[in-house]
Unconditional design. Structure first.
Length: 60
């Protein structure tokens, strides 16, 4: 399986390094592993949906 670093993932997916780290620690990137201080992400991994934005469901 081929892996890319967080820096390569940020360039390919147009997101910040911090977002990649957050998704890696929360388990939202399938196949991501942490080796030392670096996250390795599979090349075939799909960018997770950003759940910060969207419809409010609590009526407000």
């Amino acid at each position: 399986m081929d892996y890319i670093t967080t820096k390569e993932a940020t360039a390919a997916r147009d997101i910040t390094d911090r977002v990649v780290l957050y998704h890696g620690t929360s388990g939202r990137i399938d196949g991501a592993i942490k080796m030392g201080n670096t996250w390795r992400i599979t090349k075939s991994a799909v960018k997770p949906q950003d759940k910060r934005y969207g419809r409010k469901t609590n009526g407000g």
